[in-house]
Unconditional design. Structure first.
Length: 634
């Protein structure tokens, strides 16, 4: 006998009789409310079936609950309606002749759910209003795809009545994150969802799961989430993956228990994937990096089977092996743990609110950081779990297979070396060259700043500018810098960088010049470079154009103490709001709130009165929005 059937054994409790017989489901509900629900019905969900005849089997999805002792009514009581499917529930039987109430504990909802009439409650109304939604797509194009990143995303659904809209929302959000943030190719993200591409309704809201998870017009769901399809997917991956690859596996939806650490993911059409069988599928694969994130109830029971030598493997779950997992209040549009985990790796949550889980400020959210963030922000009644093999490897693994993509190089070359600028000042020329060493087109940032004789970093004097290059293409530009006689004497270092919008540098180069003498310094304005902007560089003989509506936002220096300047570029006159927040989402200061002309602007941020740590800035300008993080180090 399976463990959950033991848990479900009937412990019938006679709870007294009413003075009058029960003639309809409304009277049966009142009898149950009086006998079993002293706290009322607003925070639970109920449904009523009846009348049923004596001897009728009353079954849950996991087995027999009771046999009707007489004619009467069955009231299904879910005391934890925001938990996922297989969790403690109650079945109450109300006899028609005397109104006697008997209750039996179980672990799952009714098998014949369509025979039950739902009862309107406050929480039931909220859950019924949950809709399918896509998280907003990032403002910029996805990074270039790489062949060594693969993902398997699964949502079993169990059945239409239990395939809640939030599971599709979870699936869509993580798909967008993989494809649009990390550059996983469409055909490398294998999605198994409920009944696959069957157009029949498969969700509890009466709708069909939209196969287009990111709204780009093509189908992303590939297969139904059933055992045969899962086996076939992993058999195929065993012949495709190499030791240089990364495989990410994500599962949402329901889970159940076979006792202790032996747990199950519930698939479509009431089928199952046990932890032991899933582990056997992973054993077919080469020893590549494997990252697993699990949302279902009891999913912590998978970790002891998944995280095994030799690794590298990292896995986390919404709850322990003996716990259920929950939807996230107040609107229950997503499951709690996966909502925060996905926000951590994406850099913003599913509603577009900036998130910073990069605790060490290195520009990459590693798997241990993603778990720490999700666990800290998970306020549901669940205990997220984490494991890695070898121990500590999660601090080295992210959804980038070996750090962010982008083999891009930059060089900064002065004309005439060594450069010496006399006390009277003068001009010097230098060349900036950038090469995309990838075969695919890439978007990236480039900027140049200057280290002054005092050691302070000033700039950027060029950019930061968002650029695009075809695979294998190069761009270069000669530039002229004017140095006035009032500039302080000493050594100046020009630093050029190319990287991503998070601030992670892919390549850099520099050169120095010496100013021999000076009069009194007249300020910093003399570092404005002459000539055309770097964004006008010419690749492959053709004029290069920036995106028409791009507005860049970044801060320098970073890390900083206590001052930094946040720069932003507007292509047209815009109403701008620039606000700084802490990592808890609390507003620190509003730096800009008004109209600004086209061009490059700066706003100073003084953190003298703040504690060391990570701070988030967010800019909106018209229909554009962007965010970034700053590290205050005192």
């Amino acid at each position: 006998m399976r463990f959950y059937l033991l848990v479900m054994l009937c412990v019938a409790i006679a709870l007294g009789a009413l003075a009058a017989p029960v003639h309809d489901s409304e009277q049966a509900l009142k009898a149950v409310e009086k006998a079993l629900l002293p706290g009322g019905m607003e925070n639970i969900t109920l449904s009523v079936w009846g009348p049923v005849e004596p001897g009728r089997e009353i079954r849950s999805t996991l087995g027999l609950v009771m046999i009707a002792p007489a004619a009467g009514y069955v009231v299904y009581i879910d005391d934890h309606p925001t938990a996922n499917l297989f969790h403690p529930v109650r079945y109450a039987f109300v006899t028609a002749s005397e109104g006697e109430v008997t209750v039996v504990k179980a672990q799952s909802p009714p098998l014949n759910y369509t025979d039950y009439e739902p009862v309107e409650t406050a929480i039931g109304t909220v859950l019924k209003a949950v809709e399918n939604r896509r998280a907003p797509l990032p403002e910029k194009a996805p990074p270039p795809s790489r062949s060594n990143r693969w993902a398997v995303l699964m949502n079993g659904g169990y059945g239409q009545f239990s395939n809640y809209p939030r599971y599709w929302n979870d699936l869509s959000n993580i798909y967008i994150t993989l494809n649009w943030t990390y550059g996983f190719a469409d055909d490398h993200i294998i999605v198994l969802c409920s009944d696959g591409l069957n157009p029949a309704p498969d969700q509890s809201n009466g709708q069909n799961s939209d196969p287009d998870l990111d709204g780009d017009g093509d189908d992303d769901i590939m297969y139904p989430c059933v055992p045969g399809a899962i086996d076939a997917v992993f058999d195929s991956l065993a012949n495709v993956l190499t030791s240089d690859d990364l495989l990410f596996v994500f599962a949402t939806d329901h889970g159940s228990s076979n006792g202790g650490w032996n747990t199950v993911f519930n698939l479509w059409n009431q089928q199952e994937l046990t932890d032991a069988h899933f582990a056997s599928l992973l054993e077919l694969l080469p020893d590549c990096e494997i990252v697993c994130t699990f949302e279902p109830c009891y999913s912590g029971g998978f970790l002891d089977d998944v995280v095994v030598p030799p690794g590298p493997r990292v896995a986390s779950s919404a709850c322990d092996y003996n716990q259920v997992s929950y939807a996230m209040p107040p609107d229950y549009m997503y499951d709690t743990y996966v909502f925060h985990w996905t926000a951590a790796v994406k850099g913003e949550d599913a509603y577009g609110v900036p998130v910073d889980a990069d605790y060490n400020g290195d520009g990459i959210v590693t798997m241990d950081e993603a778990f720490i963030y999700a666990e800290e922000h998970d306020q549901s009644n669940e205990d997220p779990q984490y494991a890695d093999e070898p121990h500590g490897i999660g601090a080295e693994i992210s959804l980038w297979p070996s750090g962010p993509p982008g083999d891009v190089s930059i060089s900064l070359t002065p004309y005439g070396t060594p450069i010496q600028i006399p006390g009277s000042g003068g001009d010097f020329e230098y060349n900036v060259a950038i090469t995309n060493n990838e075969t695919a087109q890439q978007w990236f940032n480039c900027w140049i700043d200057v280290t002054l004789p005092s050691g302070a970093v000033y700039g950027p004097v060029v950019g930061p500018i968002y650029l695009e290059l075809p695979g294998g293409a190069s761009i270069d530009r000669d530039r002229v810098q004017t140095v006035p006689g009032s500039a302080p004497a000493g050594t100046y270092t020009y630093n050029a960088y190319v990287g991503v919008s998070s601030g992670m540098v892919w390549d850099q180069d520099s050169f120095t010049f010496v100013k021999t003498s000076s009069g009194e310094a007249s300020g910093m304005s003399y570092w404005e470079s002459a000539g055309e902007p770097l964004g006008e560089l010419t690749p492959a003989g053709e004029k290069f154009e920036k995106p028409e509506d791009y507005r860049l936002c970044s801060n320098y220096p970073n890390p900083f103490n206590p001052m930094t300047a946040i720069s932003y570029q507007l292509e047209a006159v815009s109403f701008v709001n620039l606000t700084v927040y802490d990592t808890g989402g609390r507003e620190i200061v509003e730096l800009v709130n008004g109209w600004r002309d086209a061009g490059i602007h700066q706003a100073a941020f003084d953190a003298s009165n703040l504690a060391s740590g990570v701070y988030i800035y967010r800019i909106t300008a018209g229909d554009f929005n962007a965010s970034g993080k700053m590290v205050l180090m005192k």
